[in-house]
Design a binder for this molecule. Structure first.
Ligand code: SF4
Length: 433
């Protein structure tokens, strides 16, 4: 039996896609092994969101080659989609696929085993019109199940490479979502996270009014589900009916990840984001009025071209006023081929580093304040990982909870939250099951 190992870089969509490819190999009789072991085939699912993603992808390809010089190395994902020539130039690469056509990956690998040369199957993703529907043949080795329901983005934020790597919006049919979600629940998953590249655009390509609301409803109707969570969503795409569903449905998590990106109107314009600060503030207020206690997390990019010290300070003050539950802070990274990479007034690396640090301090304080409001309460926690006697998991509002009580991962427990601990909270089991 041939052995295949997978390495995944980047986002949750990539993680999900790796899980579907694992299923395809398993179904064809391959044994899945950890990537630290010598394997006959290595699949490297790359990322290109930052230049660090590109570099890391190249390093991993070389490392796998050293581990077994005779192995077949297949590279897929965003980096191979935008830079197939660079990928093909790396010694040892035998199969190159972009973000489309992965349902045939086993066949391409077998072809590479049988013949010499490089199998190049990178397609023009801008012409893609259909969601590539690959069923999960193998259940993911995790406790929360990601379910990809949407592909592609046409927003063209000026810094982002994704519209070029993923192509136009394509949505998964509701019947397919229902079937995949049912499979996950039948296999004991308690929480499903709906993910996509531009999740809020779900259904737009159908042209019949289908929306993310319908996708969420479809999953919420299934027996066995304990919690539904949404992946990252553009704030301006949060429809009133979806908000109402989140507010009223007991299984819908009260956590939203709404990327702000920057707190300066001038930089928002340069980023080609489609809202300003006042609109964002209004949206957040509306969500909080409708769903008291909702956790709102966000992403912020610092050091975008043209961000002066004054604009950064304005942005910082604005962010401070919004009380996010969590902020993912990213230094701006120019991506060749995007408008922002060609902008003048690029910010120096030391300035970016300094701003990341200053914003991170604000983010840490905000997260701590948010966690503190939950101390003394009892929350449902889905436990995920156990390290040296400490198990951690997540609440509905995405607070990481640690306990040294005996728990089974993959199960939900009622936990009394006692004190701040690491990046979250420490708790004791209040009730099992
Ligand atoms: S919305 Fe903007 S940041 Fe998000 S994937 Fe699309 S272009 Fe990139």
């Amino acid at each position: 039996m041939s052995r295949v190992a997978f390495i995944t870089l980047g986002c949750k969509v990539n993680q999900y896609e790796t899980e579907t490819m694992e299923g395809l190999f398993k179904k064809s009789g391959y044994e899945i092994v950890p990537h630290t072991e010598a394997a006959d085939v290595y699949i490297i699912n790359t990322c290109s969101v930052t230049s660090f993603g590109d570099k890391k992808s190249r390093q991993l390809i070389r490392r796998m080659r050293r581990l077994n010089p005779k192995s077949i190395i297949a590279v897929t994902g965003c980096y191979s989609q935008v830079a197939p020539e660079q990928v093909k130039a790396i010694d040892g690469v035998r199969v190159v696929i972009g973000t489309k056509g992965r349902k045939n990956i086993v066949e391409y690998v077998q072809q590479a085993m049988a013949e010499d040369g490089i199998i190049d199957r990178v397609e023009d993703v801008m012409k893609a019109r259909e969601f590539e529907d690959i069923p999960l043949y193998e259940m993911p080795a995790r406790t929360r199940a990601f379910l990809k329901i949407q592909e592609g983005c046409t927003n063209f934020c000026s810094y982002c490479i994704i519209p070029y790597t993923r192509g136009p919006i394509r949505s998964r049919r509701l019947e397919s979502i229902r079937a995949e979600a049912k499979k996950l629940l039948d296999n004991g998953f308690k929480e499903i996270v709906l993910t996509g590249i531009h999740l809020g655009a779900y259904g737009r390509d159908f042209g019949d009014g289908t929306s993310l609301y319908d996708a969420a409803r479809t999953v919420l109707e299934l027996p066995g589900l304990r919690r539904l969570r949404l992946g990252s969503l553009e704030s301006i795409e949060l429809s009133p009916e979806l908000l109402e569903l989140i507010r009223t449905h007991p299984k819908f998590s009260h956590h939203l990840h709404l990327p702000l990106q920057v707190g300066s109107d001038e930089i928002l314009r340069r980023m080609n984001r489609h809202y300003n600060r006042d609109e964002f503030t209004g949206l957040i207020k509306n969500v909080r009025d409708k769903i008291p206690g909702v956790a709102i997390s966000t992403d912020v990019i610092v050091g975008f071209p043209g961000e002066t010290e004054e604009l950064f300070t304005q942005s910082l003050e604005y962010i401070r006023s919004l009380n996010f539950s969590r902020i993912h802070v990213f230094p701006y990274s120019p991506r060749t081929g995007t408008p922002a990479a060609a902008m003048k007034d690029q910010v120096s690396e030391p300035d970016k580093k300094d701003r990341v640090h200053r914003l991170q301090l604000v983010a840490d304080k905000m997260a701590e304040d948010f966690h503190r409001t939950y101390l003394g309460t009892v929350q449902d926690v889905l436990f995920e990982t156990n390290t040296e006697g400490i198990t951690d998991g997540l609440t509905d509002t995405y607070i990481r909870v640690y306990t040294d009580d005996e728990v089974v991962t993959g199960e939900i427990y009622k936990v009394h939250l006692e004190k701040l601990y690491k990046d979250g909270v420490y708790g004791k089991i209040y009730e099992r099951g």
